[in-house]
Design a protein around this ligand. Structure first.
Ligand SMILES: Nc1ncnc2c1ncn2[C@@H]1O[C@H](COP(=O)(O)OP(=O)(O)O)[C@@H](O)[C@H]1O
Ligand SMILES: [Mg+2]
Length: 381
């Protein structure tokens, strides 16, 4: 098979000189299918890495032994379309793609990751999932990021919730470790109505509504629905909308070949008509951000907003990295634009999902190796 080398990444790889760089995609073992994680994503990462001159393989935490020269890893064999186990050189870089929070929290996994962070021979990036509450604490600490953060508190008591509702008649309730819209609720206070508290609960496709007469009843319902999970309560933002369907922007931010945070792409998600979130599996759709923004704000304002989104995303990524106290390489940001054209931060994902937009997808894969080349070069100096 011909080796396709992308011009720019090949140049990076060549500069490393001598030894071929090695990157391991870290995940956890699985009893029935060798390892966990998105296999087609891993296969894409492996083939992009090869094109960039890297040796790339999937490595499980159990098979990661810090004192060995070679390790047992997995690679995708295109001819047989199978994942096979092979011996690989000990990696220069470890790219953490452990797919589940529960797995990452296992003591054995935490111990190994901590050991990698201390080990002089290997650099690990994206060592941890984010928690929604920590993100808000970090972003509140800086004057530059504070303006983009909706008011957010931990949802601990009914009186705390009551206080928040004095300031905001519209709230989002979200599990701190949630993803893909799971467990999200909204509250709307309509004081003129006989049942003034309107609670909406996100289901798989649409949402269910409960109207309550008192905050006590509302709290009982919320507790029942949140089933023991830790939650945050957040000021609800009236998002810009098209035909009453709100939308938000998914921004992918990655470090580039110079080791600096850079925008890899901006996508947009338009909510399903009955949904309080914009997730595609819940009826949302993938849209072109420029088109959506132009239809709401007009061409000039849309251009300004896109530029502002780019700069804001970079400021936020830097502050998250600072707050986390760790070396990060990529994240996706969920950003909202309200009806007045203000930008709001909703969350950041430390393990971004595959973007559906092909150009963003391709760039995101190449960037992993551009940044990896940078790390290796820096270490050699
Ligand atoms: N405070 C808020 N105001 C308005 N919309 C919000 C708010 N928080 C979340 N959303 C909507 O819900 C979606 C999911 O919220 P997010 O915090 O990203 O949780 P998840 O981890 O489940 O994806 C967002 O992309 C946005 O469309
Ligand atoms: Mg989200």
């Amino acid at each position: 098979m011909a080796l396709v080398i992308h011009e720019d990444t090949a140049a990076d790889a060549a500069q490393i000189g001598g030894k071929q760089p090695v990157l391991a995609i870290l995940t956890v073992d699985d009893d029935t299918q060798l390892f966990r994680g998105n296999r087609s994503n891993f296969a894409d990462i492996i083939s992009t890495g090869r094109e960039s001159g890297f040796i790339v393989y999937v490595l499980t935490v159990k098979k990661l032994k810090l004192n060995r020269k070679t390790l047992d890893g997995f690679t995708f064999e295109a001819a047989s379309e199978n994942w096979v186990q092979r011996k690989f050189p000990f990696p220069d870089l470890i790219y953490n793609r452990i797919p589940l929070r529960e797995d990452e929290l296992q003591p054995e996994v935490r111990r190994k990751i901590a050991a990698c962070m201390k080990h002089p021979g290997v650099q690990i990036f994206n060592p941890k999932f984010f928690n929604k509450w920590s993100l808000f604490k970090w972003l509140r600490q800086s004057k530059t990021t504070k303006p983009y953060i909706p008011e957010t508190r931990r949802m601990l008591t009914v009186s705390g919730l009551g206080k928040m509702m004095l300031q905001h008649k519209f709230l989002y309730l979200k599990p701190v470790s949630g993803k893909a819209g799971k467990g999200i609720m909204t509250i709307q206070l309509q004081p003129e109505k006989p049942l003034p508290y309107r609670l909406k609960i996100q289901g798989n496709k649409g949402s269910t509504t409960y109207n309550c007469g008192s905050i006590g009843k509302l709290w009982t319902r919320i507790k029942k629905e949140s089933s023991g999970e830790r939650y945050i309560a957040q000021q609800g933002i009236q998002l810009a909308a098209l035909n009453e369907r709100s939308f938000d922007l998914r921004t992918l931010v990655q470090k580039n070949r110079r080791g600096q945070w850079d925008i890899s792409g901006i996508g947009a998600r338009l909510a399903g008509s009955m949904s309080i979130t914009t997730h595609v599996p819940r009826g949302g759709s993938v849209e072109d951000p420029e088109k959506l923004l132009v239809s709401v704000f007009g061409q000039d304002e849309a251009n300004k907003l896109l530029n502002k989104t780019r700069t804001t995303a970079l400021i936020i990524a830097r502050q998250i990295e600072r707050g986390s106290g760790r070396s990060l390489a990529e994240m996706s940001l969920d950003l909202g634009i309200d009806q007045d054209g203000n930008i709001w931060f909703f969350e950041a994902n430390a393990k971004p999902m595959k973007f559906d937009e092909p150009d963003i997808r391709q760039r995101s894969l190449e960037r992993i190796f551009q940044y990896s080349s940078y790390l290796i070069k820096m270490k050699g100096h």
